[in-house]
Every structure is written in C-alpha cells, then in structure tokens.
Design a binder for this molecule. Sequence first.
Ligand SMILES: O=C(CO)COP(=O)(O)O
Length: 253
Amino acid sequence: MGRKFFVGGNWKCNGTTEVVKKIVSTLNAGELPSTDIVEVVVSPPFVFLTSVKSELRPEIQVAAQNCWVKKGGAFTGEVSAEMLVNLDVPWVILGHSERRALLHETNEFVGDKVAYALSQGLKVIACVGETLEQREAGTTMEVVAAQTKAIADKISSWDNVVLAYEPVWAIGTGKVASPAQAQEVHAGLRKWFEENISADVAATTRIIYGGSVSGSNCKELGGQPDVDGFLVGGASLKPEFIDIIKAAEVKCA
Ligand SMILES: O=C(CO)COP(=O)(O)O
C-alpha cells in the first residue's frame, strides 16, 4: 500500500460562528470517499477548534494552524502543543508561508516548532515553498530544500509529518502551479529525502500541494505521481472542498 491521499483544509483567519456551522454541516452531509483511500483534516482558527471537532463527522480530523515553539508558560497570546494534545487535536500546521512572511518565522524557528510539536505527540503538516522572485531566479529547489533541511535537522522521524509544498506565488492568487511544475518540485523533494534522509522516508512521506487548488484543477494535480494530496485554502471554505477530497479517487483509477 502506497501513501494515503491527504486533503487538508486551511481555513486561515476566516469564519464566524454562523459561517463555521454552515461549513461543518456541508462537510457532514457530503458524500466522501472511504477513509481507506483519503485522510481529511480541516484547520479552523483556534477559537472554533473544539466546537468543530465535536460537531464534525468522525472521518474528518482537525488541525490547529500554529502552536508555540516550546512548553507553554508566560507567552501571551500563544497556544501550546500541550494544550492541543489536551483537547485531542491531532494535527497542527506549521511553517505556513503567511507566518514565515508576515510574522518573520525563520527556517530554524519552524524546525524547532515541528520538533517540539512532534515531541508532544502531535502530527504536523509542515509547509515549504518559494516566492515568485525565488522561482524566477531559478532557486526553487534550493529554497525548499533549505526549508526542509531546517526541519530535518531537528527531528528524528518523519512518520508523523506531511510535507506541504505551497509556492507562495500560487497562494490565494488563482495562479495554480501547473501539474508539471508541482510534480517537478515534489519529485525534487522526494529525491532530497532519498539523498539526505533515507529511501524509506522518501517512499513513505506524503508530499501535498497547496496554492489555488480548486474543484476544477484538483484531478490533474492529484494525478501526478508525486502529488499525494492537497492543502487547500480558499476552496476549503466552500462546498467545492468535497470535490477536492474526491480527487483522491484518481489514485485508485
Ligand atoms: O495557503 C494555502 C493553504 O495553506 C493555499 O491557499 P489557497 O488555496 O487559497 O490558494
């Protein structure tokens, strides 16, 4: 059995009680492929995590969008990994490009966060990706390899990590990476794993794509051999998310 398809929905800083109720009821009513072929995780803002978790059908898991870099304490405004574990939140997204760019999270800081979250028993969706300038300068692989290495340097197992390749220029822009562009970077990351970690980690770690994924482009992207699923932003707030989850079926065709 290969890598199980993974579809994450990153709600970012969106939603009200009413909107969240609507999204949850749409997800609960949707016809989903079996959990044998797809793992689905949605990531609401912290304040909605517990209500979403308790109201959502059990096949869909939840993720936090961030957590503190070490044990909780006097860190005003932060949420610790221990708190997420205490609330039975299994997943956390770390290193999203919005946090790297807007909150100045460095590669090393993200590596520390991933290591601490894993040490507490959380599973991590770790994000990497290049800016448009970096792509145009021809440094895409260098950038994503350095971001991945900063995580690899701090952790001893990739078992509970899903790596999300999210080119910054594709996030929220409607400019999705072409299937060939996504496949090229995913294959490059898998090769990086093979050369720097192990053949086993290269073969088993899921590498998912994020950046303007929609109901209309998901099948072609998901059909690429090294694309193991998606991290979806805008479309995860819409009924279209169900169609994106169904893209898992392309791997079984
Ligand atoms: O950042 C993303 C998911 O983490 C992608 O966002 P969009 O799907 O809105 O481009």
